[in-house]
Design a protein around this ligand. Structure first.
Ligand code: CA
Ligand code: CA
Ligand code: CA
Length: 240
């Protein structure tokens, strides 16, 4: 992840025939943290901060010419907190990509994007989510829609307790739906190779009709626990 791209404003001549050497430290002169590196060629900072690295980081870039003249400048890198928290109220929350959300109690509406870890908490929550994410819907009768805003892949949904409605609206890779306890409804609207597990309870699992009926296309691995699997109907037209 590229944190920042920054060009130093040099009081020494930028037209010098001699190369200018760049380096970077923290503003107090100490070394950059292990996760952050500075490329002196491109004058680019890059790195992947951990959860504990959120906040402001003050850094200093040092330019040195062949004669030993030095110019420095300091600036701040803002590292977004990776966690956001809801309240006990019912609320609408839209986490940014890469964030983990703990929505808490209440009937929450959560509009997530990619690379999100969503913990919806108690309440009857409604969650939309795209790719490379996980959703733990928690207690309550929750609705989770994967790929509502475009095809999704590599997202895992756990409905938790309650009668949950879990949907893959559109997929371009495998997603996993797990109904968990109680009677859940799991549905694939568009997309193949989706993994659906009803868990305990009288679950209803539905997938596109043509995929149920065409084993050659590797249909969904729909595995309800207390209800029979969708029927495999080998119609002559689809067997041809
Ligand atoms: Ca909630
Ligand atoms: Ca639930
Ligand atoms: Ca279930």
């Amino acid at each position: 992840m590229v944190i920042s791209h920054w060009f130093i404003n040099l009081p020494i001549s930028p037209y010098s025939l001699f190369p200018i050497r760049y380096s970077a430290t923290l503003a107090d002169g100490s070394e950059l943290p292990d996760w952050l590196s500075f490329n002196p060629i491109t004058q680019t900072f890059s790195g992947t901060p951990a959860y504990g690295d959120a906040g402001q980081l003050d850094v200093k870039v040092i330019a040195t010419d062949k004669e030993g003249a030095i110019a420095t400048d300091t600036f701040s890198i803002q590292i977004q907190t990776p966690f956001i928290f809801g309240t006990t109220n019912s609320e609408e929350i839209s986490p940014e990509a890469g964030q983990a959300l703990f929505a808490g109690d209440g009937d929450d509406t959560i509009n997530s994007t990619d690379d999100n870890d969503i913990f919806a908490g108690n309440g009857n929550d409604v969650v939309t989510v795209n790719s490379h994410s996980s959703v733990s819907a928690g207690d309550g009768d929750d609705t989770v829609i994967v790929g509502a805003n475009g095809p999704a892949l590599n997202t895992t949904v756990d409905g938790g307790n309650g009668e949950d409605n879990l949907v893959v609206a559109e997929a371009n890779g495998t997603n996993n739906l797990f109904g968990a306890a109680d009677a859940d409804e799991l549905q694939v609207i568009e997309g193949s190779r989706q993994l659906l597990f009803g868990g305990s309870g009288n679950d209803k699992i539905s997938v596109p009709f043509f995929q149920v009926n065409n084993k050659a296309n590797n249909p969904h691995k729909a595995i309800p626990s207390n209800t029979p699997a969708p029927p495999i109907l080998n119609t002559p037209a689809l067997m041809a």
